[in-house]
Design a protein around this ligand. Sequence first.
Ligand code: AMP
Length: 188
Amino acid sequence: MNIIIFGPPLSGKGTQSKMITVDFGLTHISTGDMLRAEINKKSALGIEAKKYSDEGLLVPDLLVAEIVERLYNNHHSDRGILFDGYPRNIDQAKHLLNVLLKKRDLIHLLIFLKVPQEELLIRAVKRAKDENREDDKNSDAVMRRIEEFTNSTIPAINYLKSTGIKTLEINGNQSIEKIYETIKKELS
Ligand code: AMP
């Protein structure tokens, strides 16, 4: 069972991903977590990625695509993978489907958490304080991340949907438990 979880920044996809991966034994591939770890290590990739993520922009496809491919190839025989934060645009979506196809594998489900923009902005202020996340502190960068989602990621979701992949759209403006209940029902 391979799943992609989509949602704008601050939609709660990281939280839901952790619950799904624990309960259903899936491997979590999160490009955001991976890039933050590289930024903290100050690796060459981290230094390059930081220039973009600080501005709320997507890092160039080449920087993430190669790592996602390597991670997937290392884990493709696991029980299943939850992709969180990848793909973010149509090219990445095509790339992911091709990487999977090489192993005769596919995506079984898309989960899309929908949250209105006003709520995302409220959450950004809260998370910047609670988790000290640099990328939530700058409100211009938060706005740009939301715009990247609208302009690049929504078309990727639509592209994947058009290939016939089943999609579960959820109102993300509910409690963590309520959202998870809907996901759990679908996966059980
Ligand atoms: P996230 O935690 O998924 O919101 O990701 C945090 C930041 O990492 C994003 O704002 C982007 O700058 C970068 N990032 C994460 N995933 C990708 C991706 N698939 N493609 C490009 N940039 C990404």
